[in-house]
Design a binder for this molecule. Structure first.
Ligand code: ADE
Length: 234
């Protein structure tokens, strides 16, 4: 047991998929994994372990935002020996070329969170980046399957509602999309010398206001899940 997870040692796999929504974790476990066992219900942050094509994989709901994700990430690494942390989430597009239903692989994660300023005592602006091999394999799998896949920088925002943010400037600087967790995940992986990647489906377009239907969201989410699961096998 850790502070926020009630799993016993050995009940969580070395590779963990990390959706923000705990009900997504349930959906992923029920839809894509076999021989599933639920290992966590604390705070309704559902966690499951099962197998995908014979390999043990866990799915852990992380809640929204960097602080919540970092609680689960830290405990997964420190208490359960997790090596590969793969966020599967959604994001709002910023760059015009990024389309609804694209899958974005977050190569880097810019953030307005102050976590790195504190970690590095204001000496540097740390650049949180994805694990190269997870990124490379995910890109190759997406391309092989003919999916609309993009790679680049995202913004891990502290606030979902933020009228002050200069979104056009971020788009001009190549920020593809906004989500709320990847930067925390990447710096956690860096701290512990583990591997991390965030895969994001585009659910809405922040600058044009375009949105997906829930059916479209589900289809793209399933496509993204196949990329994440196949990348976990490589
Ligand atoms: N996830 C999906 N859409 C988002 C948005 N507009 N801002 C932050 N996170 C998101």
């Amino acid at each position: 047991m850790s502070v926020h997870l009630e799993a016993k040692k050995g009940e969580i796999a070395k590779t963990v998929l990390m959706p923000g929504d705990p009900l997504r974790a349930k959906y992923i476990a029920e839809t894509f994994l076999e021989d599933v066992k639920q290992y966590n219900t604390v705070r309704n942050a559902f966690g499951y372990t099962g197998t995908y094509k014979g390999q043990e994989i866990s799915v852990q709901g992380t809640g929204m935002g960097i602080p919540s994700l970092m609680i689960y990430g830290e405990e997964l690494i420190q208490e359960y020996g997790v090596e590969n942390l793969i966020r599967v989430g959604s994001a709002g597009a910023l760059k015009k070329e990024v389309k609804i239903r694209d899958v974005v692989l977050a190569q880097g994660a810019t953030t307005d969170s102050s976590i790195h300023r504190h970690i590095f005592n204001n000496q540097v602006d740390f650049a949180p980046i994805a694990d190269f091999n997870l990124l490379r394999h995910s890109y190759d799998i997406g391309k092989e399957k003919g999916m609309a896949i993009r790679v680049g920088n995202v913004l891990s925002a502290d606030r979902f509602y933020n009228e002050e943010l200069d979104k056009q400037k971020l788009a001009d600087y190549g920020i593809m999309a906004v989500e709320m967790e990847a930067a925390g995940l990447y710096s956690l992986a860096a701290k512990h010398n583990k591997r991390a990647l965030a895969l994001l489906t585009i659910s809405d377009h922040i600058l044009t206001g375009e949105e997906t239907t829930s059916e479209e969201r589900q289809t793209t989410f399933n496509d993204m899940m196949i990329i994440a699961l196949e990348a976990a096998l490589r």
